[in-house]
Design a protein around this ligand. Structure first.
Ligand SMILES: [Zn+2]
Length: 123
């Protein structure tokens, strides 16, 4: 179904047609420019267009869809040695820099210190 293009223009007072042209920012379509085909009167938004036959107008603003929000749950295994700032892994062993002993990635201890965020997370 195509939206009605007939308007009663407040600029020239005529019953005329709506001009609909895509607006681009670079190569991204950012919206539509709406104007009167007779006098060029520009309408700021679809809501301002005085359509002659006010059909049901559905305006989709696809650019404004909320982004999916990621929720990070504090999990039990977040305190594993492998996530600890003191955990050092080298080709020969996994080492705890706090207790100065060999550990397993799945070990846990009371001195758990979260690893600082990865450098890339700051970019
Ligand atoms: Zn006009």
């Amino acid at each position: 179904m195509t939206a009605s293009r007939e308007i009663q223009c407040p600029g020239c007072g005529r019953e005329t047609l709506l001009l609909r042209e895509p607006r681009y920012e670079g190569f991204t379509k950012v919206g539509e420019s709406l104007s009167c085909a007779s006098c060029g009167h520009v309408f700021a938004s679809e809501a301002e267009v005085p359509f002659k036959h006010r059909a049901k107008i559905e305006v989709f603003t696809e650019d404004e869809r909320p982004k999916a929000v990621k929720v990070f749950g504090e999990k039990e295994n977040a305190r594993l040695c492998r996530y600890c700032a003191n955990y050092v892994v080298n080709p020969f062993m996994q080492w705890c820099g706090h207790h100065k002993k060999e550990v397993q990635a799945t070990d846990t201890c009371h001195a758990f210190k979260p690893k600082p965020p990865e450098a890339k997370a700051l970019l």
